[in-house]
Design a protein around this ligand. Structure first.
Ligand SMILES: [Zn+2]
Length: 281
């Protein structure tokens, strides 16, 4: 490009332009997936639940649900102890037993997504707990309900939910081993990133997806049911690509499922937050 001169008279605009030019973050659902689930949940919350969430969030740098949706994935950096203690709360591996959840076997000491969602929701709902404890619980619940809707967060233990399934993904920088990612990272982020949508534009798309509403019949009763349903999705033929090089057809076939899961995650999260923050209203 010939004209690379930055508009120095407006450094903020120059910075914004630079940030927009950067590739979408390919890290761990990834940051955008979690934000979208949180946005959708907020839209499904009652005024009373929103007011209560707003009180808990008041002191946060970004006092919104999407603003705290990725906190649990960033714990390793800002609270390594809690990060380590909660590292198993992000998933529950169910695929080896055809997606049947057995608490004693799959969730020893309550260290899995299913039990963590229940435990953190109980803290969030308990008005005798401190604001700080309830805020932390809110951060976990918003994140973990999103996680259990990513099919590979309920996958095989033997390949760490697809993390060990190396995959060359077009557009992802290759690593020394020759792969740009793995099946888990594809489903966390890369699949969604192929849309190249900002949050607002992506939300508009997701709202069009029809899922059962919070008052509708047929919803899984709890996080175990959501995880079992996620697991059944990843057991479908073709979910694991036939080779370790991602073919273009994969995105077209599977991205709609990833997007439906975001939408469903938002509905379920709203349901959980309405019950915990404003029971009976
Ligand atoms: Zn997570």
């Amino acid at each position: 490009m010939k004209n690379t001169r930055l508009p120095v008279r407006n450094p903020l605009r120059a910075l914004a332009a630079l940030l927009l030019a950067l590739p979408l973050n390919a890290l761990a659902w990834g940051p955008q997936g979690h934000r979208l689930v949180a946005e959708l949940a907020w839209e499904g919350m009652t005024p009373a639940a929103r007011a209560e969430a707003g009180k808990l969030l008041a002191g946060e740098p970004d006092p919104t649900l999407p603003g705290i949706a990725n906190w649990a994935d960033e714990l390793r950096a800002h609270d390594p102890d809690l990060g380590k203690r909660s590292s198993k709360w992000h998933y529950v591996n169910l695929a080896e037993d055809e997606c049947h959840y057995d608490a004693a076997r799959d969730c020893p000491n309550g260290n899995c997504a299913v039990a963590a969602i229940a435990a953190q929701t109980a803290i969030l709902a308990d008005r005798s707990k401190s604001q700080a404890d309830r805020l932390q619980a809110l951060k976990f619940v918003v994140h973990l309900v999103g996680d259990v809707h990513q099919p590979l967060h309920a996958g095989y233990a033997r390949d760490k939910g697809g993390n060990d399934f190396q995959l060359a993904i077009p557009g992802e920088p290759e690593r020394p081993g020759g792969y740009g990612g793995n099946l888990h990272s594809l489903w966390d982020s890369s699949l969604l990133n192929t849309r190249k949508r900002n949050d607002a534009a992506y939300l508009a798309e997701l709202r069009k997806i029809a899922v059962p509403t919070v008052t509708g019949a047929g919803l899984p009763a709890d996080a175990a049911g959501w995880a079992e349903d996620s697991c059944k999705l990843m057991l479908q033929p073709g979910f694991y690509p036939p080779t370790h090089k991602l073919e273009p057809g994969y995105v077209a076939t599977w991205r709609p499922l990833a997007e439906t899961q975001l939408r469903l995650g938002g509905e379920h999260l709203a349901e959980v937050l309405n019950a915990a923050l404003a029971p009976g209203r």
